[in-house]
Design a protein around this ligand. Structure first.
Ligand SMILES: CC(C)(COP(=O)(O)OP(=O)(O)OC[C@H]1O[C@@H](n2cnc3c(N)ncnc32)[C@H](O)[C@@H]1OP(=O)(O)O)[C@@H](O)C(=O)NCCC(=O)NCCSC(=O)/C=C/c1ccc(O)cc1
Length: 399
């Protein structure tokens, strides 16, 4: 190496960012078809020709009434369903058709969310150095990350990663990976994109299959995108949330509590009715570990802002209860659940977006100081809990 100016250790240090990774832009998107939750049981049993299954319709109605959801958006409209009648029967081999539709729709929806995130970030798409794409909604190579890179005109040297079937913790996992990439590669700008369409898991009701009815009642379609980078370039880049610390925890002996599997008839899944309680029993440990790693002990959970993945109304209720949170603390999560349903890994990005809007509104109305520190949490198969401690810099006020 002749006259190498530095040791490997010094070179490595120079490659790292100085500051923490931060969220520099957020965008979200949904397909146009909106389904009202109070009309959904009639709609679902009509389009699946299942009106005769009155017990199951009663069950779906009871779940919808207790879901805390007002409406959801879906890609699979009646016209598309009429063209693919096999989708209503999961014993028929419809996977090819589902993957065909998802392969185009998933990156397209992600592109609309990403375009908004990039616009807010304020720099050209070609400055993105890494792309992390998360979806459960289709499996094919080259995959949705490759297609999204083309749709956005990203640089051919962008470093792409796809996460598949992480389910509801896909957004949390992607954001943690983005943090690692941004902090370990000086100047890196990471695009996180999550895009989910439920048509991969849509089918008609079946006796003895309560998971299916639960899924049809809770899940919706959406895409979320986030630009993550460290050492923001002023004045163009403005940090919305700094990512202080991230942690993944697996709850022991819960491997079978949430599962997803791709079969010839689409994606099948199982969701144990113990999930809300299991999460309720384990979230505080994750929070203590995460804040402890930052040297913060005995934090008052009500002094924080909260971005919790609204997997279901009962999950939010259990977490609120065990942590003793005030009513308004999970307002952003409950709002997203109500307006969009559970969009799996994408949902937590919608919650971050809603949270920063609420913080901005409160600051504009001079409603007092919003908490400086907060937490993002997402959950999914494993059972896996993603925890990230966030810090909102003062620049967030007034957005
Ligand atoms: C809104 C719920 C569903 C009901 O509210 P509740 O206050 O518990 O009300 P009830 O106790 O009166 O229950 C109403 C009905 O819901 C039923 N139920 C209560 N959990 C269950 C249960 N896991 N199974 C199947 N019936 C149930 C329950 O048995 C009961 O049925 P029934 O007695 O006939 O009226 C509530 O339990 C709730 O929010 N549960 C959390 C749901 C949950 O675990 N979500 C996270 C999982 S995320 C995930 O796995 C994603 C997978 C996925 C899959 C496909 C995709 O497209 C996308 C993603």
């Amino acid at each position: 190496m002749g006259s190498a100016p530095a040791t490997v250790r010094e070179m490595r240090r120079a490659q790292r960012a100085d500051g923490p990774a931060a969220v520099l832009g957020i965008g979200t998107a949904n397909p146009p078809t909106c389904l009202a939750q109070d009309e959904y049981p009639d709609y679902y049993f009509r389009v699946t020709n299942s009106e005769h299954l009155t017990d199951l319709k009663g069950k779906l109605t009871r779940i919808c009434n207790k879901s805390g959801i007002k409406q959801r958006f879906v890609h699979l409209d009646e016209q598309l369903l009429a063209a693919n009648p096999d989708f209503t029967d999961r014993t028929l081999p419809s996977l090819d058709a589902r993957v065909e539709i998802a392969s185009a729709a998933v990156p397209k929806l992600a592109a609309s969310a990403a375009a908004k995130a990039i616009a807010e970030w304020g720099r050209p798409a070609t400055h993105i150095t890494h792309l992390i794409f998360s979806t459960y909604s289709g499996a094919r190579a080259p995959s949705a990350d490759r297609r999204l890179a083309s749709l956005l005109g990203l640089s051919p040297t962008v470093s792409r990663t796809i996460l598949n079937l992480h389910g509801c913790y896909g957004g949390g996992r992607s954001l943690q990976l983005a943090k690692e990439l941004a902090e370990n590669n000086r100047g890196a700008r990471v695009l996180v994109a999550c895009s989910e369409i439920t048509l991969i898991a849509f089918y008609g009701p079946e006796g003895g299959c309560p998971d299916n009815i639960l899924g049809q009642a809770l899940f919706g379609d959406g895409a979320g995108a986030v630009i993550v980078g460290a050492d923001p370039v002023s004045p163009v880049e403005r940090p919305l949330f700094e990512m202080a610390f991230a942690l993944q925890t697996t709850i022991p002996e819960t491997e079978d509590a949430i599962s997803m599997q791709i079969n010839k008839g689409g994606m099948e899944y199982h969701i144990s009715n113990l999930v809300p309680r299991l999460l309720g029993c384990n979230v505080e440990r994750c929070l203590v570990d995460a804040f402890g790693a930052l040297g913060i002990h005995n934090a008052d959970w009500n002094d924080l802002f909260w971005a919790i993945h609204p997997g279901g109304r009962a999950i939010l209720d259990h977490i609120e209860g065990v942590l003793g949170l005030d009513d308004a603390k999970l307002a952003a999560s409950r709002h997203v659940l109500s307006e969009f349903g559970n969009m799996s890994g994408t949902t937590v990005i919608f919650v971050l977006d809603e949270l920063r809007r609420r913080r901005g509104r409160a600051a504009n109305l001079e409603e007092g100081q919003a908490p400086e520190w907060g937490v993002m949490m997402a959950f999914g198969p494993g059972i896996t809990i993603e925890t990230m401690v966030l810090h909102a810099p003062a620049t967030l006020e007034g957005i």
